[in-house]
Design a protein around this ligand. Sequence first.
Ligand SMILES: NC(=O)c1ccc[n+]([C@@H]2O[C@H](COP(=O)([O-])OP(=O)(O)OC[C@H]3O[C@@H](n4cnc5c(N)ncnc54)[C@H](OP(=O)(O)O)[C@@H]3O)[C@@H](O)[C@H]2O)c1
Length: 352
Amino acid sequence: MSAVRLGVLGCSAIARRRTLPAAALVPELTTAAVASRSPEKARRFAAEFGTAATDYDSLLADPGIEAVYISLPTALHHEWTRRALDAGKHVLCEKPLTEDSAKTRELTELAADKELVLRENFAFLHHPAHSRVRELVDQNRLGLLRTFTAAFGIPPLTAGDIRYAAELGGGALLDVGVYPLRAALLLLGPDLSVAGATLRVDESLGVDVAGHALLVSGGGVFANLEFGFQHCYRSRYALWGSSASLSMDRAFTPPAQHQPVLRIDEQDHAEEITLAPSHQFVSSVSAFAHAVRLRSPYERDWLDDANALAALVESVRDQAVLVPAKDPNRGREPDGDRGERFPRAEPDRALR
Ligand SMILES: NC(=O)c1ccc[n+]([C@@H]2O[C@H](COP(=O)([O-])OP(=O)(O)OC[C@H]3O[C@@H](n4cnc5c(N)ncnc54)[C@H](OP(=O)(O)O)[C@@H]3O)[C@@H](O)[C@H]2O)c1
């Protein structure tokens, strides 16, 4: 197949660290241009990735660009995804697709109407470890499933990070909380309801910095999900059944060379299944390129999943008991005691 010509909207950290290096490894995709609000930044980025520099509007007006990768702050995803779809481009948009379910529905309907590919970029969905987990569950390896627990937490971010800006769609629920929610949809199915939730809110910023959600699946399985920006690094999930439990660490952000280990615990027996490494960002962009070329009828499952996730996020937000954050620890330069207790997060952030 001929390579899909991709335009990149926003010279973001995730584009630089993960998506563009991954795209360079995928022959079915060519990064044709990068766009920034700043011409100088676009030039630097373009030089680094051997491509052309432009601005947002020109990128969308360029008939040579077939597909657009959007990694702007979350509150800008809706506007720019809509504009990209209106311009006839396929879109790979960073998670979460938007901040609320009405906006997400509008975008998924537009993509369906125009028969364009629209994917919310949860790279972990492309890691084969999760299909292996599903296989084990389907083979009844755990007995009857009772509980799913999942957590994604990271240490405090640097001051000024987009995740601390309410007007840019910041907050832990939208940034990290969406991973355990998306994993619950993947492993328990779409018929999930929110039974309760908490959000810890930094009132001076107006964003949530941590939270919990309790969900129940149509089949009666409980899901207990945790997330936040106030924690040591954690990215894991576990399934607890009537005869065994299964857990996996580094579930959402395994480095490309990481070999996931599925640990199965039974009453008198423990077993570890070590899986092959997989570069989930490469798989994600490659799958997107194939979807663009195949034009499989606008990928209903991806659109439905984006809507299901947005509805869950909204339900968590609506039901959450709000708790004030007592130890505002966001983005400080290390300063004495607090600086040591809440170090800056670079090593773990680099895994995301
Ligand atoms: N899939 C994943 O694993 C993953 C990981 C991390 C982040 N993400 C998602 O990717 C998105 C970006 O995250 P990031 O950490 O890469 O963010 P970031 O480094 O802050 O990049 C956001 C980019 O958006 C552009 N932008 C446009 N208007 C802006 C504004 N008013 N304020 C700030 N930036 C603005 C900027 O590009 P220009 O200056 O070039 O215009 C900026 O570089 C978020 O939605 C996040 O949830 C996904």
